[in-house]
Design a protein around this ligand. Structure first.
Ligand code: TYD
Length: 139
């Protein structure tokens, strides 16, 4: 099953411009505990390269674009975030990388938890090992 899950966003556009509203419960599948955004990104400088044990996030390029790469340990997928109505859900235990940022990119992220470095898995081998361990648990 594809990891690429977009929220069903309704853009309220008129001749003054576009407006997108994301509401707690109605749109976002978790209680929002943190908001952060990336700016001043560089075309050849990717970011991310980690997974989270518990954190779930929603991400959207409100300006510009980047290429989001997702990996659940058995499948790798990538998708351009190149529109303010492409609001993607990044589930827990998904290795994610952001590549090919445009210089005007503003990547807005809504997160289910406050920042906690202990929730990060920053080593890909450790990520694969943790996935393997959880599969054994299920059996
Ligand atoms: P980092 O996780 O390396 O960013 P990315 O995954 O986008 O490459 O975070 C950069 C720095 O910012 C790092 O020192 C941790 C800090 N940080 C916070 O303090 N709070 C936050 O909510 C986030 C996401 C990062």
């Amino acid at each position: 099953m594809s990891m690429i899950k977009f929220l069903d966003v309704k853009t309220k556009g008129d001749d003054r411009g576009h407006l997108v509203a994301l509401e707690y419960k109605n749109d976002i599948p978790f209680d929002i505990k943190r908001v952060y955004y990336l700016t001043d990104t560089k075309e050849g400088v990717p970011r991310g390269f980690h997974a989270h044990r518990e954190l779930v996030q929603v991400a959207v390029c409100v300006s510009g674009r980047c290429l989001m790469k997702l990996d659940n340990g058995s499948l790798k997928e990538e998708v351009w975030l190149d529109s303010p109505d492409k609001v993607i859900v990044i589930d827990k235990m998904i290795w994610h990388e952001m590549h090919e940022f445009s210089t005007d990119c503003v990547l807005l992220v809504l997160a289910s938890e406050v920042y906690d470095e202990r929730d990060y898995i920053r080593d890909y081998t450790a990520f694969k090992e943790l996935l393997g361990a959880s599969e054994i648990d299920v059996i």
